[in-house]
Design a protein around this ligand. Structure first.
Ligand SMILES: Cc1cc2nc3c(=O)[nH]c(=O)nc-3n(C[C@H](O)[C@H](O)[C@H](O)COP(=O)(O)OP(=O)(O)OC[C@H]3O[C@@H](n4cnc5c(N)ncnc54)[C@H](O)[C@@H]3O)c2cc1C
Length: 887
């Protein structure tokens, strides 16, 4: 039959609807789960299109392993959901088995550090009520008699792990989806996508074309696995993922394997899956094979295995389970899988094309994440956002400019693939794809000993490092060497890498820790200079900017008739969830800033500084809200054009007075420029000290920096970076979006109702009004631990022998000389959300399986009165801090 015959017939039988509320493209694990969740959550007209048969892409040949233990809190939750679907929900809803095989999962450790990483995971598992145990070598033998334990330090064991069956998974998802009204169409190829542009210039999905004809729809979810970039291209979007060949081999039968758990030997970068009486051996190589091109019609296909690349896994498997050496290899499976720049999937609505949802890039986890990912994609489509914090997977975590950078993506995906089983150290940094975004001070700071860290593609200062004689250590980043793979020469004596390795610890990082102490305490006793140019700099411009500002922020920043001091405020969603915390200043407008006000007399703009990593996210939130509200206002991103220097500390005012020719003794004002190239001077503190931010044209930043730093020795100022800033700001209880506050937290829970105006109408105000006078489900608290153990966040919070939450972020506070952490306490478990109850009881923080006594506070004990930020310093306090610094 010709294509048009097929289309005609499909139309006659009514199987191709003319319209759909949502079209899910791709019938693999992720697409089937998404269609299921959409239909179950009440979307009436859901259509799933698969160009071949269900599972034909990567899903059919997957290993299908589901492991609960990870170091990421919300991923654990997503995996838990998938397992519940496999074992309970789908069998109940369909009367069919999903093919789930319950095996348990064992993670073996050859080094103490690896074992420590497992201890972190098992502690986090307790928070999510996931059964997990740490095993000694002899206990490992009881669980998995075939493992050679002679060199093992220990293992983590997760008894509820198992294996998913590709066909069973997709059949039950789609059967249940059909039960809820979804249409599942196979052999239906999406060939092109039509968009339209609305009155506000926003591109939107209008319809799709298939070999069976068109379907009118406003929403599509691109779950086409390694083919996702082709579908993205149909609407001019980049899908930043690359395809690599990923493989496993199947052994001949081995006696005794039919009862052993699945096993991950991270130190050897392999996994061993039980498959009847055989084992499947798979792993991650340091020289994976990139597929430049995957044929559009590749279905139920495999590649030949490259033994030169794969054979190391077999050798490692012999060490792990020696019986394998007596067996042969029965078959090989090598297929395409997509990998991303940070090992996290790509989800969420495109900021450029409304109605286009990403749902791909699963980095060999698309089976175990499929259930949770489908649920969150459904939430995204229906409610405009997921039900839990999915920022780590949100397409808006990448700056737009990098999405089309192929060499950046190639380097990044290589590094992520080859480090897939490496220990996830909290301060690890990539060596790939560096120097993509630099500011005008980069070289100056590099020469002054700056160790840079990469965030959102930007090279931002991490900390500064010196030889014993005080000479700066220059740790310049070198071009990516692919760790010596693919005939590249591995860098020798690579200073950056050497410094990075100091952070490969779960303890305090030696010299780096000492330097962080120096930077932090200098800031508290004298002043520290931070280059915070990586922050996002967004402007609301246009005739309706003031109206927009009133609607977008939880505090009034509009101040008719005058320029307004910079205001710390929140952006909320309709449910009152915190979408961002930011500083907004009403500033004189630039000329020619936007088409809309070329013909008007607009003189002011609203300047927002937002967390650098959330720039695209905030832009997306602002643009979406503006188009929803029908307000004529632009969001200009001037991040690359402007630099920000932040001088913080008791001496900041006297230093600046001498340099900028402005009387800096103003109170939290935003002032116009004086006799220098400073565009805006804000009195603002990120660290709980008297402090100022100087915003300038990017090209002027080096000169301004030099003017301020010329007498740095006289004043005792130091350069400082984000590591110290994180410690300083957490110590005083300032928030970090994505950690202590997220969009699944509301201001009542975060103790931020003071940032929400009463009696005003803004996004989220209805929800805030409903919250007033009610009791929160959880409440943010500060915890300090006296014992000198490095906390990182994700530690369990115990109260009276019961887990009541987990820490979101934690640092060593150098002024308090304690560990400081923030986390939400579950009010239901306490029986009340009142501070009287919540702040009572016996608190402990569990880190790596060990509980430490903790003190609990409603806010940081360091700066409850904000005196220091007002420039009011007590001699006694300062002497104490100086003594600590010099100790
Ligand atoms: C060797 C190997 C082992 C793995 N082991 C595991 C594991 O142990 N655990 C785990 O969780 N994950 C594992 N994975 C990864 C997991 O299998 C994948 O992440 C997952 O199957 C991807 O599912 P998907 O739905 O995103 O994509 P796919 O399964 O590839 O589905 C995409 C579908 O889209 C269809 N399609 C493409 N273009 C169009 C179009 N234009 N119109 C209509 N349809 C289209 C394709 O035909 C395809 O069926 C493994 C992967 C490999 C290769």
């Amino acid at each position: 039959k010709t294509e048009s015959d097929a289309a005609d017939q499909a139309r006659k039988s009514g199987s191709v609807p003319a319209e759909a509320d949502v079209v899910v493209i791709g019938g693999g694990s992720v697409g089937c789960s998404t269609a299921y969740h959409l239909a179950k959550m009440g979307v009436k007209n859901v259509v799933l299109l698969e160009k071949h048969k269900l599972t034909a892409g990567t899903t059919w040949h997957t290993a299908g392993l589901l492991w609960h233990l990870t170091s990421h809190d919300l991923e654990m939750e997503l995996i838990k959901h998938t397992r519940e679907l496999m074992t309970e929900v789908l069998p109940e809803e369909t009367g069919l088995e999903t093919g789930w095989v319950h095996t348990g999962g064992l993670f073996t450790a050859y080094t103490q550090q690896r074992f420590d990483a497992y201890k972190e995971m098992t502690t986090l598992a307790k928070v999510f009520d996931i059964e997990a145990h740490l095993l000694s070598p002899s206990e490992i033998k009881e669980v998995h008699p075939l493992v050679d334990i002679s060199n093992l330090v220990g293992a983590a064991y997760s008894p509820q792990d198992g294996t998913m069956d590709p066909a069973g998974t997709c059949v039950t998802y789609t059967r249940a989806a059909a039960k809820y009204g979804a249409k599942i169409l196979e052999n239906c190829d999406v060939t092109s996508i039509e968009t339209s542009t609305d009155d506000y210039g926003i591109k939107r999905i209008a319809s799709i074309n298939t070999n069976y004809g068109p379907i009118k729809t406003k929403n599509i979810v691109n779950c086409t696995g390694v083919w996702a970039p082709y579908v993205g291209e149909m609407v001019g979007l980049n899908v930043p993922q690359l395809t690599y060949k990923h493989a496993y081999v199947v052994t001949e039968p081995i006696e005794g394997v039919n009862k052993v758990p699945n096993l991950r030997d991270h130190d050897s970068s392999i996994y061993l899956k039980r498959q009847g009486d055989t084992l499947q051996i798979g792993g991650y190589e340091s020289n994976p094979i990139h597929c430049e091109h995957v044929d559009k019609d590749f279905a139920f296909g495999l590649y030949d295995l490259d033994w030169d690349v794969f054979s190391r896994h077999i050798e490692n498997a012999f060490i792990s389970v020696p019986e394998i050496e007596q067996s042969g290899i029965r078959s090989t499976v090598c297929g395409p899988e997509s990998f991303t720049a940070d090992s996290k999937p790509l989800l969420g609505e495109s900021p450029e094309v409304r109605g286009f949802f990403y749902g791909s890039g699963f980095n060999s986890g698309g089976m175990m994440y499929g259930g949770g990912a489908g649920r969150e994609l459904a939430n995204w489509v229906i409610y405009g956002k997921p039900s839990i914090d999915m920022f780590a997977w949100d397409i808006r975590r990448f700056p737009g400019m990098l999405l089309s950078n192929k060499s950046w993506l190639h380097q990044k995906t290589h590094e992520m693939y080859s480090k897939h089983y490496s220990i996830a150290f909290h301060h690890d940094q990539p060596l790939a794809g560096r120097n993509a975004r630099k500011d005008s001070l980069h070289q100056t700071l590099a020469d002054r000993g700056c160790f840079f860290e990469e965030k959102h593609g930007w090279e931002r200062p991490g900390y500064f490092m010196f030889e014993e004689n005080g000479k700066p250590i220059k740790s310049h980043l070198l071009p990516y060497d692919y760790y010596g793979n693919y005939d590249n020469v591995k860098h020798d004596n690579y200073k950056y890498d050497e410094l990075l390795r100091k952070d490969y610890t779960f303890d305090f990082p030696g010299d780096v820790h000492k330097q962080l102490a120096r930077e932090s305490l200098t800031c508290r006793t004298s002043a520290a200079m931070f280059n915070t140019s990586y922050m996002g700099k967004l402007f609301l411009t246009g005739p309706d900017a003031a109206t927009a500002a009133r609607y977008l922020f939880s505090r009034d920043v509009s101040a008719p008739g005058k320029l307004r001091p910079c205001t710390y405020t929140l952006m909320l969603n309709d449910e009152g969830g915190i979408e961002s915390d930011l500083v907004v200043a009403k500033v004189p407008g630039l000329t020619g800033g936007g088409i809309l006000y070329m013909f008007t007399l607009i003189k002011t703009e609203f300047y927002m500084t937002v967390g650098g990593a959330t720039t695209e996210y905030c832009k997306g939130h602002l643009s979406d809200r503006l188009s929803d509200l029908g307000i004529k206002c632009n969001v200009d991103d001037r991040t690359n054009d402007m630099g920000i220097l932040s001088l913080q500390g008791p001496k900041s005012r006297e230093i600046l007075d001498a340099v900028v020719y402005i009387n800096c003794n103003f109170t939290f004002e935003s002032v116009p420029p004086a006799k220098c190239n400073i565009q805006y001077l804000n009195r603002i503190s990120f660290v709980g000290e008297l402090g100022y931010e100087l915003h300038c044209d990017m090209q002027h930043m080096p000169k301004i920096y030099e003017a301020i730093m010329q007498d740095s020795d006289k004043h005792g100022i130091c350069d400082s970076g984000y590591r110290a800033m994180e410690s300083l700001s957490t110590e005083v209880g300032f928030h970090h979006w994505g950690h202590s506050i997220r969009y699944d937290d509301n201001p009542l829970e975060a103790r931020l109702m003071n940032l929400c105006d009463e009696g005003a109408d803004y996004v989220g105000s209805d929800a805030i009004n409903r919250l007033r006078g009610t009791n929160p489900n959880k409440i943010l608290c500060c915890f300090t631990v006296d014992e000198p153990v490095q906390l990182f966040g994700h530690e369990a919070i115990w109260r009276n022998d019961e887990i009541v939450g987990y820490t979101r972020n934690a640092v060593h506070g150098f002024a308090l000389n304690k560990e400081v952490a923030f986390g939400y306490v579950n009010a239901r478990k306490v029986g009340s959300s009142d501070d009287e109850a919540v702040l009572s009881g016996n608190y402990e923080v569990e880190r790596m399986g060990k509980r430490y006594p903790a003190q609990v506070f409603a806010s940081s004990p360091y700066l409850p009165t904000f005196n220091r930020m007002m420039g009011k310093y007590s001699d006694e306090d300062q002497q104490r801090l100086l003594a600590r610094m010099n100790a």
